[in-house]
Design a protein around this ligand. Sequence first.
Ligand SMILES: Cc1cc2nc3c(=O)[nH]c(=O)nc-3n(C[C@H](O)[C@H](O)[C@H](O)COP(=O)(O)O)c2cc1C
Length: 205
Amino acid sequence: MPTDVETRPQIHPFLRERWSSRLFDPGHEITEGDFDQLLEAARWAPSAGNSQPWAFLVLRRGEPAHGRFVATLSRGNSGWVPTASAVLVSLYRAGDDEDPSLTYSDYAAYDLGQAVAMLTVQAQTMGLGVHQFAGFDHEAVTEAFGVPPAWRVTTGIAIGRFDPAAPADDSLRERDLRPRVRRPLDEFVFTEAFGHPRRRAEALD
Ligand SMILES: Cc1cc2nc3c(=O)[nH]c(=O)nc-3n(C[C@H](O)[C@H](O)[C@H](O)COP(=O)(O)O)c2cc1C
């Protein structure tokens, strides 16, 4: 994959090779069986007290509901999200159904993130690319899709097949193939106390 990275130590190729593509094959279609598999992976995510506080809207490119979602995209995302085969909208349960002002679970957003991570890795195993995004009008989506008050629209999840030859302007193509970078482990992994570095098994050059 063009944006593969070198990791030390090795991690599973499905994790290493994953990236958030913006170049999607405009002719590719996701089957209902693919959706079933992706959502089944999300379903088996761990969650606080097995509360499973997630929900997803499935919007396939070309269908009217997909068009309603596309109309809410930010300018930066409107150039590539519509070309993906589908968009899932992720939601978490924030409040109680009876009284939406009561918090449902302090960990609901965390749990939704885990479910999406599982779906993302499952997609990678199926040769599908996933690009999560927050740049859209959440209020407009809440209204357009009849989301109940206890639920929070959270991210869009564009899914499709990576296509390096997909029609795209140069800046989009450049952004897609930019080398992927991360903070070093030492910056965010501690022991004994926050900020106290942990010694790694393998010293880095
Ligand atoms: C909650 C969330 C919101 C994001 N919002 C956007 C977005 O609006 N537009 C976009 O192009 N990418 C968005 N991304 C993708 C990130 O920019 C991307 O995951 C990050 O730069 C790391 O790149 P990689 O996934 O290719 O490793 C979002 C990712 C997450 C998890």
